[in-house]
Design a binder for this molecule. Structure first.
Ligand code: NAD
Length: 499
């Protein structure tokens, strides 16, 4: 949950040298890009330039990989308690920079400061604390041997160098869900963050650096994903890849990184299903969080609402009235704002196109439906409610990633399950019903990696296994506390002959 700024929070001076461009962190030092290329970070709320960053390229990525490969064996050989202490120091550094990090998140990503940015920073602290605890619980096995003269030791060992590529929608927590367990498990890390929120990444890296890791263990290379990210995932010295992003890029990475350990957290199109016996008020509340949190830019967003025909009209009336009353689109730095602008033009254009196509093909627009440039930039998009969505519309088939509630009427849970089954995605879904047995049966049948009963689609906890169902476009593997550690380590068997 979002929190107020801590009154005692202080901003700790950055170890990064003065000047805007040395934003690469390679082998224990801040550096400019090879060749000196830079790019500008802009505020989605105003379009103003907020900083200049180093535009790293393949040479920088390779230098970072080299440093990581050199430092990985020694880091992997440290005591897990030493690694836990380092992760605790990082968590404390983040905690102390709470105000600064939340402010940069609002400026660079666009999410509302009070309603959301502090909440993401709080969760970021949790990721590092949890990884510190998980580090000390990594255990091997002593399985029996068929030969009484043999002893078998199975160690859980680090992968080596983990390449990490992350999106812009949760620029702190998505990287943290991979970086923190990777470090806890004894791996060295090379991270290429999304270009749109690189300023957030540099701020997070400054806190990580303050944790005092050995040189080369943590490396940040800001720069374009199709160069820096591509170089990282393809390099043979990188032994595991953690990626959070779209299904399209995930598929490219899976090919490029073939043979490496892959942890892919990709898109979702999870419906929020409201059955005829649902608590309508709870369902409306959940819809608002599902569709408007982070302006709908979440893999867990309520990308579609399937509501039973028997309660469809009552749900719609209550929803439209609540959206108009409660969702406040505006300046994300204003404490009264509940929804900020979209982060980038690609996302705004996609939302606009999908809404336009749906209306053209017969959807009913009940609220919003257009951009609101009068609020400061063309990236503001009104909270939108659309009814009479059909499965053939792009808005139903694809991830929207905008502040839209696309609604379809259904006849009972069997139809909802069929709709879920037909989707190429399978990240998560939500069901609302007053009958828990009915809800549990639905959850057990729904083809998704995660199902919430009487809770919105955006609810997850960072230590629980999260990821797309097998065979879907939503990804591969599970993140979440010890489940990430399992993926970012491997088993090594040693047999001792006592005879
Ligand atoms: P994206 O795939 O466009 O980019 C993600 C990252 O990949 C960026 O850092 C980008 O620079 C990099 N990249 C781009 N091309 C690359 C290439 N050829 N090789 C290596 N890296 C490359 O996704 P996005 O628009 O930044 O993020 C939104 C997507 O992320 C949505 O689909 C959303 O559902 C998904 N997401 C999933 C989860 C999850 O946990 N499943 C969480 C958050 C976001």
């Amino acid at each position: 949950m979002p929190s107020k700024p801590a009154a005692s929070a202080t901003t700790v001076a950055s170890a990064r040298p003065a000047g805007a461009t040395p934003t690469l962190y390679i082998d224990g030092s801040w550096a400019a890009a090879d060749g000196g290329a830079t790019f500008e970070a802009t505020s989605p709320a105003t379009g103003a330039v907020i900083g200049t960053l180093a535009q790293g390229g393949r040479v920088d990525a390779s230098r970072a990989i080299e440093a990581a490969a050199r430092s990985a064996p020694a880091w992997g050989g440290t005591s897990p308690f030493e690694r836990a202490a380092a992760l605790e120091r990082i968590a404390a550094a983040i905690d102390a920079r709470r105000d600064e990090l939340a402010g940069i998140l609002t400026l660079d990503q666009g999410k509302p400061l009070q309603a959301e940015a502090y909440g993401e920073v709080e969760e970021l602290v949790l990721y590092f604390r949890m990884a510190a605890a998980d580090a000390t619980r990594i255990e091997g096995l002593i399985p029996p041997s068929v030969d009484p003269a043999k002893r078998v030791l199975v160690y859980r060992v680090p992968k080596g160098v983990v390449g990490i590529v992350t999106p812009w929608n949760w620029p702190y927590t998505m990287p943290a869900e991979l970086i923190a367990p990777a470090l806890a498990a004894g791996n060295a890390v090379v991270w290429n963050p999304a270009r749109f929120t690189s300023w957030c990444s540099v701020a997070l890296a400054e806190a990580i650096v303050e944790g005092g890791l050995p040189a080369g263990v943590f490396n940040l290379v800001t720069g374009p994903g199709d160069e820096v990210g591509d170089e990282i995932v393809g390099d043979p010295r990188v032994t595991a890849v953690g990626f959070v992003g779209s299904a399209t890029t995930g598929a490219k990475i899976a090919r490029r990184a073939a043979g490496k350990e892959l942890l892919l957290e990709l898109g979702g199109n999870g419906p929020l299903v409201i059955l005829d016996d649902a608590d309508l008020e709870a369902a409306v509340r959940a819809t608002i969080t599902a569709c408007f949190l982070n302006a709908g830019q979440s893999c867990t967003a309520g990308e579609r609402v399937l509501v039973d025909r028997a309660i469809h009209d009552a749900y719609l009336d209550l929803l439209v009235e609540t959206v108009k009353r409660e969702v406040r689109l505006g300046d994300p730095a204003d404490g009264a704002t509940t929804m900020g602008p979209l982060n980038n033009e690609r996302t705004a254009a996609k939302t606009e196109r999908q809404v336009g196509e749906a209306v053209e093909r017969g959807a009913t627009l009940l609220s919003g439906g257009r951009r609101a440039p009068e609020l400061g930039s063309p990236l503001f998009f009104q909270p939108t409610v659309l009814d009479r969505i059909t499965e053939s519309m792009e808005i139903a088939k694809e991830e929207t990633f905008g502040p839209v509630v696309p609604i379809s009427a259904i006849d009972g849970e069997a139809e909802a399950l069929e709709v879920i089954e037909r989707s190429p995605y399978g990240l998560l879904t939500s069901v609302f019903t007053r009958d828990l047995a009915r809800g549990l049966r639905f959850a057990e049948s729904a083809r998704a990696g995660w199902v919430n009963i009487n809770e919105g689609t955006n609810y997850w906890e960072s230590h629980l296994p999260f990821g797309g169902r097998a065979g879907s476009q939503s990804g591969l593997g599970r993140v979440g506390g010890r489940f990430s550690i399992e993926r970012l380590t491997e088993l090594k068997t040693i047999v001792v002959n006592l005879a």
